[in-house]
Design a binder for this molecule. Structure first.
Ligand SMILES: *Cc1c(COP(=O)(O)O)cnc(C)c1O
Length: 225
């Protein structure tokens, strides 16, 4: 009943490996981002002890108090909505931001980043009303502005599809993000190698559709309250 972190990691790794194999992709093309939000520093330490180095948090305030208590040498990625007025703290604590959802935020991060900051643009490909993310037709303009910035570098796109208990129903959104990326690479002549998509229950479908970052919380750390 009480699985260890190592056992849960082993199962997630097996699922990723199998999905890569089914998709004819190499395991090295997909990074596992361990989403430690709501979990204490001890959980991060245990994960780091199992060899994980890439961690995702969705709130700046939580990250700000947690990261200093975690082992050094880890890489922290922001995956949640960021208010422009917190861009300065975010730039200090995170090595990559997956959730840039406006030009204003991108410019704020650029002005506060100390060095090169890789970012992904969060796109609302499903058109669902309540979600954060840019509209697909806004993204080209943001990339063109980003190409003139000093520190933020757009490396690709991210999406959070509407939840469906059936991961197959999510495939259309993952595919839409990949196709948008392919189009934008052409249109803007900007390399966009990264696609951040796929969570605990739909990582297989995301990998089949080209994900390079799966963001896994529940299936690594257990459920959140
Ligand atoms: C919480 C969160 C995840 C992880 O979700 P799980 O279903 O627990 O794996 C991934 N991405 C984002 C943006 C999140 O907020």
């Amino acid at each position: 009943m009480n699985e260890t972190f190592e056992q849960r990691l082993e199962r997630v790794e097996q699922r990723i490996a199998k999905a890569c194999q089914n998709a004819g992709r190499s395991r090295e093309e997909v990074r596992l981002l361990a989403v430690s939000k709501t979990k204490p520093p001890e959980a991060v330490r245990e994960a780091a002890g199992c060899g994980l180095r890439l961690f995702g948090e969705n709130r700046v305030q939580e990250a700000q108090s947690k990261i200093p208590l975690c082992p050094p040498g880890l890489e922290w990625h922001l995956i949640g909505h960021l208010q422009t007025n917190k861009a300065k703290i975010a730039a200090r604590f995170f090595q990559m931001v997956h959730s840039v959802d406006s030009l204003k935020l991108l410019e704020a991060l650029d002005s506060h980043a100390g060095t090169t900051l890789p970012v992904l643009l969060q796109v609302n490909v499903s058109g669902e009303a309540a979600k954060f993310g840019m509209k697909p037709d806004e993204v080209a303009g943001v990339i063109e502005t980003a190409n003139r910035l000093q520190k933020c570098e757009v490396h690709g796109l991210m999406t959070i599809p509407p939840f469906s208990p059936d991961p197959e129903k999510t495939r259309v959104h993952f595919r839409a993000l990949r196709e948008l990326r392919d189009r934008l690479q052409q249109e803007t002549a900007t390399p966009l190698p990264e696609l951040s998509m796929g969570m605990s229950h739909d990582l297989e479908v995301a990998i089949e559709e080209g994900s390079t970052w799966v963001r896994i919380g529940t299936d690594l750390f257990g459920s959140r309250n």
